[in-house]
Ligand binder design. Sequence first.
Ligand code: NAD
Length: 329
Amino acid sequence: MAVQGAVRSTRDIRRAVVTGGAGFLGSHLCEQLLDRGVEVVCLDNFLTGSPQNVLHLMEHPGFRLVRCDVTDYVHVPGPVDLVLHFASPASPLDYLKMPIETLKVGSLGTLHTLGLAKEKGARYLLASTSEVYGDPLQHPQREDYWGNVNPVGPRGVYDEAKRFSEALTTAYRTSQGIDTAIVRIFNTYGPRMRADDGRAIPAFVGQALSGRPLTVAGDGSQTRSICYVDDTVRGILALAFSSATGPMNIGNPDELSMLELARWIVRLTGSESEVGFIDLPVDDPKVRRPDTALAAEVLGWHPSVPSEEGLRRTVAWFAAQRDAAAQAG
Ligand code: NAD
């Protein structure tokens, strides 16, 4: 069944560098790598992430956290078998506030981390995004779709940074022989998202838990496909440990409208919040759903956490955070 990706054994990968490792996805990746016996060097400048996300790993003998801006330089002493480049603001609120930082980490950050992979002879995995498909004219989105992105629209800073980083990664593969892979991640949610990062799920959960109206953009008919973090991270690591190149979609094809999502969260929190409507952001994609046939064929990967269960776990985590903050304050 696995054609492109004869699976590597974990013995091939003893030490990994995770950029953006103190962020939402990066912290789960660090944790999962350590669980598999891989040493981890986490590089982060805490622009949108926090040491708090990896505090529970600090005592682990295989874990090192280094404060570093990967757009300046990247230097890691010792052997490295795998570089996972996850540093980048990722929520619209963050990248609209930090457009230059976003373009720099997608361009210079990718250049520097590819240089590290080249120096160490390491495998390289780039975290790309479903946003490379823009406001898609093909549905669901397959990896061979080129996308519909407005380079001078507000979201262009993120979408084009990722498109450039894909091109750069491909050039290092074809012209320098670096062992690279590109993962196109679709909307992922779960514990350790920032409550105030502006993404729909933490925003709706926070509003529902505090009894405020939920702010649904537009008429709420636009769709997203949401994947629970454990499934996304399992897919990313399956790709990292394989020899497949991608680009490869990782996401849950379970598509739902923003209005459905809001109503679901109200129900799961037992909240009495109303659902309200706000303006639709400029260039907001109308639909989003991954075609995951490639990941299924090459990696045997399928998401396994149903959205209702994933949302239940996420709501429980945010409620526990709120209770802990209330007790501390
Ligand atoms: P996040 O904001 O939680 O994590 C990003 C991390 O990168 C943060 O810890 C931040 O401090 C760090 N960072 C940013 N610029 C840096 C720099 N110049 N040097 C060093 N560190 C830097 O975001 P996330 O949701 O965990 O996303 C991680 C990656 O996955 C991003 O590349 C994002 O584009 C990609 N992605 C995420 C999703 C998703 O649904 N979460 C979807 C598609 C793609």
